[in-house]
Design a protein around this ligand. Structure first.
Ligand code: ME8
Length: 641
């Protein structure tokens, strides 16, 4: 950890209110929550921020589609995010909304400051705009002549008067920052990616829009009411306005952020625009911008339209919130993509949590009840298990730097090593044998070793599984917090003697998937598919009444180059009048007495003011048009089938 301060400011992205929270949002928030709990436990004065991003054209459109005002719509979805985080016991200190008055004011103050510093100028912007990503793309960036390189949706050309931020001015300073601060962007590969992007050259950034309304207005001092501030400037500023920037500064001593936790999709905004804005505002830059990977479903991006979105609440309700937290952090190396599967989740619960951790506690409860009426003592642990204790200590020393380096899966992997040592020690020393052999002191010391390992692991696992580890601590008669962290983890102290409290198994075995797999996107019914492929049923065919008609009269239609007026006998009381566009290919006199196939149940229509009571069937190719006729004469009115 850098020692810049004893403060620790941790943020998640503020989520767009155009969609309800899903497993991806939960992942970011759970990582941030883990870091925040850890931060508090190790004694940092911590401030954890999350919230919602509510302005912009995308939100304006989403609201409109639902017949709501943008504010009504934003209120509704924002509260869904807040409710979910509350349900998940996320330990945020502030939930910010970009529609908060203080935030809007803070954004305007920042705009004024950038203007004063000569970093904003007025110009015209023309570019390919993706509403979904709220981003302009250059002609070389767009794909297939007009599609967004990020989300694949169609972009539109937007030309408008705009204020620009002099991003290009900060190119060199940004590069220097990346190069001098190895961990400013985590993982390293992402940092390299950003360096390459910036080295290729930065263009100034359009930071206002005139094409819609739903955003923060420019400060009054600028007096240009048709502009609203670009959503990304508005959104990024939340990290400062949440601390009171521009409205009182009451919490600005938390700045700079220890870590901005984000998904890889929004790296460019955080790693390029944001530090440049901060430089312009003459503020220090964050310690880390950490970009994690993508959660997919069967290898595919999750989206509502594909029907493969995973609802994090359902997963947490079915499998246990903290098991779900553990799974997400353990399963995927930070920065990499991960595919969600219930099977993998069940394996982690049964194996890592159930076998390695839960069973160890059960065995300790069992053995200490049997051998010492539940009494556990650390007294002879060093005497018998010095080597094991040293090995454990080395493991814990390795743990510390891993969390803020975002090596969460390695952190958990490393944390499982002491559990492995404990489980192995039981198999190796076989306390039941020791007891039989009269080596009671050694057997009880082994229980002491196990209890101490469990206590230390519980403390370090606490940020990931707060409630579960509190239960373990309760069984072992201690409390997890700054004090116990200091004494058991930092100073390697051992537990005072205690009598174990029996608790029910923490991780009951899961035998089968508890959630129905989301239904595959609804398949079109066979019939529907055939219909759309142009296939009809026999019944549908017979809805068309086809008959053989005898043409008994044919006349030219005055002033028409194409039409002939025919009288056709369909075996009915009266011949029908049919207006046919066949004049180019047939002379009236040649038609009389011949037969043709007629659509007999067409709704009569008026053609050039004349009633037409049917249609002749004909085939036309480059050689001309031919009426379809029976090979040999048929009685007028014969059905065609
Ligand atoms: O981008 N896997 O908001 P957003 C992992 N408002 N993480 C995912 C994910 C997935 N499939 N889907 C979403 C915005 N996320 C802006 C941010 S910040 C100043 C403004 C997570 O609602 C991930 O953290 O689209 C990603 O960066 C974030 O949600 C995007 O949320």
């Amino acid at each position: 950890m850098s020692n810049s301060c004893k403060k620790s400011y941790i943020t998640t992205p503020i989520y767009y209110v155009n969609d309800v929270p899903h497993i991806g949002h939960a992942y970011t928030t759970i990582i941030a929550d883990t870091l925040a709990i850890y931060s508090r436990m190790v004694g940092y004065d911590t401030f954890f921020l999350t919230g919602t991003d509510e302005h912009g054209q995308k939100i304006e459109q989403a609201a409109k589609q639902r017949g709501k005002t943008p504010q009504e719509y934003a209120d509704e979805i924002s509260s869904k995010f807040k409710q979910l985080w509350d349900y998940f016991d996320i330990s945020y200190d502030k939930f910010i909304r970009t529609t908060d008055e203080e935030h809007k004011k803070g954004v305007q103050v920042a705009f004024e400051k950038m203007l004063q510093n000569g970093d904003i100028y007025k110009g015209t912007y023309k570019g390919n705009y993706c509403i979904s990503c709220e981003t302009f793309f250059t002609d070389t960036q767009i794909v297939d002549g007009g599609f967004c390189p990020d989300c694949g949706k169609e972009t539109s050309i937007v030309e408008e008067e705009s204020y620009f931020f002099k991003l290009s001015k900060y190119q060199e300073r940004l590069l220097a920052w990346y190069k001098e601060n190895e961990k400013c962007i985590i993982p390293k590969t992402r940092r390299n990616e950003v360096i390459r992007f910036v080295e290729a050259g930065l263009e100034d950034l359009s930071i206002t829009r005139t094409s819609f309304d739903w955003g923060v207005k420019l400060p009054k001092s600028v007096n240009d009411p048709k502009h609203v501030i670009y959503v990304w400037l508005d959104a990024l500023m939340n990290y400062l306005t949440a601390l009171g920037y521009g409205t009182g500064e009451e919490k600005m001593d938390y700045w700079p952020a220890k870590v901005h936790l984000i998904g890889k999709d929004i790296l460019r905004f955080h790693a390029i625009f944001w530090p440049a804005f901060l430089m312009s505002l003459e503020l220090p830059l964050p310690d880390h911008i950490a970009a994690h990977g993508w959660w997919t479903r069967n290898g595919e991006k999750m989206s509502k339209s594909k029907g493969n979105v995973i609802n994090p609440k359902e997963v947490a309700d079915a499998y246990g919130l903290e098991n779900f937290r553990y799974f997400m952090l353990r399963e995927v190396p930070f920065g990499g993509d991960g595919d969600f599967s219930q099977k993998a989740l069940i394996d982690r619960i049964n194996s890592d949590l159930g076998n390695d951790l839960g069973n160890l506690l059960n065995r300790l409860i069992g053995m200490s009840s049997k051998y010492s009426e539940g009494k556990v003592s650390s007294q002879n642990v060093t005497k018998y298990f010095k080597e094991e204790l040293e090995e454990i200590q080395r493991s814990f020393e390795k743990l510390e730097p891993l969390l803020f380096d975002m090596q969460l899966h390695r952190y958990l992997e490393e944390l499982w090593r002491p559990l492995g040592i404990a489980n192995k020690a039981i198999d190796k020393y076989q306390p039941w044998k020791l007891m039989k052999e009269g080596k009671e002191e050694e057997a009880l010391a082994l229980n002491g070793l196990i209890a101490n390992i469990l206590a230390k692991v519980a403390i370090m696992l606490h940020p990931v599984m707060p409630k579960t580890t509190n239960k373990i601590a309760k069984a072992l008669q201690f409390t997890i917090g700054v004090e116990s962290y200091k004494s058991f983890v930092k100073e390697n102290s051992l537990l005072d003697d205690f009598t174990i409290t029996k608790i029910p198994p923490l991780f009951p075995r899961i035998e089968e998937q508890l959630l129905k797999e989301p239904e595959a996107p609804k398949k079109e019914s066979k019939e529907k598919k055939e219909q759309s492929a142009g296939v009809i049923t026999i019944d549908q065919f017979f809805q068309t009444e086809l008959k053989i008609g005898t043409i008994i009269e044919a006349k030219e239609v005055q002033k028409s180059k194409k039409l002939l007026k025919l009288k056709v006998d369909l075996g009915e009381e009266q011949p029908r009048q049919i207006i046919a566009g066949i004049k180019e290919w047939y002379k009236p006199e040649d038609l009389v007495g011949t037969q043709a196939c007629v659509v007999a149940n067409l709704k009569p229509a008026k053609i050039m003011g004349m009633l037409s009571e049917g249609m002749l069937l004909a085939a036309k190719d480059e050689n001309g048009l031919s009426l379809l006729r029976p090979e040999t004469p048929k009685v007028a009115g014969t059905k065609v089938s």
